[in-house]
Design a protein around this ligand. Structure first.
Ligand code: AMP
Ligand code: MG
Length: 354
């Protein structure tokens, strides 16, 4: 299959006639049962018609995604929510008012209209209303309900640039809408509203504190946080190794000087053993490290910046053939929790505590 790529300006709020045509084209591809990747404010999504079981099958196939890992249905109007869920609880209205359109996904009981292929056999459905204007237009042109998991090969870091979508999916999907670099760089927060109190199944830009202010008490699924919990995560997708670079990644936790000493000893030994070594460090500590490739994740003070660059850095290590990667550990509160959640999964939970 030939994959057609069209370009639109990054983060455009209004579109030129050519861009409008491109978005319409992508919407039509999805409406006709094809797959089109497009930017959202979180990461690039791979869109297919969420109400068509054959389209959902195609998504799993293109990504090599396990069939029990359900898809998020993207909508472009709040009113459309009631068409795909059996009931809209009052909590859903409140968090939609606070955070939609935006990087928040809610889990609700599904209606008959959503095929079980889309929800990986579950009776619940994940729904998000993205704020990205081009994504909204594509969803509208596609008929209003677009299943759009991250547009990467299953297991790899989610794409933050169209070229990473092409690397993974060229020849396997109909179209890529290239809208430049995405804004947030990590996937949406997922909150399950079918349990009481509501539970965060995947941390993201919308933090537990932000949700708590609107909903009162909110729990975090213990299984989503780490291997130590001994509990299976409740979002099926969170159980798989994910976001992973090809090289082996280890997170080093400890005071800055001893962490740098440890990392430098390891990279020296690895280098001698013929490995190509890499380090992910913060701007504050970057000059302490020695390795073949050193990548700056940004300032420790700037979580948004770290989130923004994390997946790109992991992919660049692949491109540069790095086989052993060491990363600093970052703060684990607020939005930092989402960063550490992805980093831990990318590392397969290999953490050295000094
Ligand atoms: P992605 O779209 O690639 O960011 O992945 C979607 C994530 O949402 C995966 O971790 C899924 O397991 C999770 N998810 C989707 N639908 C549901 C659902 N009904 N219940 C729990 N988790 C879900
Ligand atoms: Mg994904």
């Amino acid at each position: 299959m030939e994959t057609i790529t069209v370009r639109i300006r990054q983060d455009a709020e209004r579109f030129t006639p050519q861009e409008e045509e491109a978005l319409q084209w992508a919407g039509r591809v999805i409406k006709n049962g094809g797959l089109a990747a497009f930017p959202t404010e979180t990461v690039y999504g791979l869109g297919g018609d969420a109400l068509d079981r054959e389209s959902s099958r195609k998504i799993y196939q293109a990504k090599g995604r396990p069939q029990d890992n359900p898809l998020i249905v993207h909508i472009c109007r709040f009113e459309d929510l009631e068409k795909i869920v059996s009931r809209v609880p009052e909590e859903a209205v409140r968090i939609a008012e606070a955070f939609w359109p935006g990087p928040l996904t809610m889990i609700l009981e599904k209606s008959e209209r959503v095929p079980s292929e889309t929800t990986g056999g579950l009776k619940t459905v994940a729904v998000r209303f993205p704020s990205h204007k081009a994504a909204q237009k594509i969803i509208e042109y596609a008929g209003g309900f677009v299943a759009a998991p991250s547009a990467n090969t299953s297991g790899k870091p989610s794409p933050t640039l169209a070229k990473y979508v092409a690397e993974d999916l060229e020849g396997r999907i109909d179209m890529i809408v290239d809208g430049g670099q995405v804004g947030i760089g990590l996937e949406s927060t997922i909150v399950d509203l079918t349990v009481s109190p509501p539970q965060i199944l995947r941390p993201g830009y919308i933090t537990k504190e932000m949700l708590g202010r609107v909903l009162g008490h909110v729990d975090t699924d213990a299984g989503s946080l780490g291997a130590d919990s001994g509990q299976a995560p409740r979002a099926p997708g969170m159980k798989y190794r994910h976001y992973a670079p090809l090289g082996e990644l280890v997170i080093v936790e400890g005071e800055a000087d001893s962490a740098a000493d440890y990392i430098n000893r390891q990279t020296a030994a690895d280098h001698m053993a013929g490995e190509k070594t890499g380090v992910i460090g913060s701007r504050e500590y970057l000059d302490r490290y020695h390795a073949d490739v050193i990548k700056c994740a940004g300032s420790r003070e700037d979580e948004a910046g770290i989130a923004h660059s994390l997946y790109r850095i992991l992919r660049e290590f692949d491109d540069e053939g790095v086989t052993r990667i060491y990363s600093e550990s970052f703060v684990c509160s607020g939005f930092g929790q989402a960063i550490m959640n992805r980093l831990l999964k990318a590392a397969g939970h290999r953490v050295v505590k000094l």
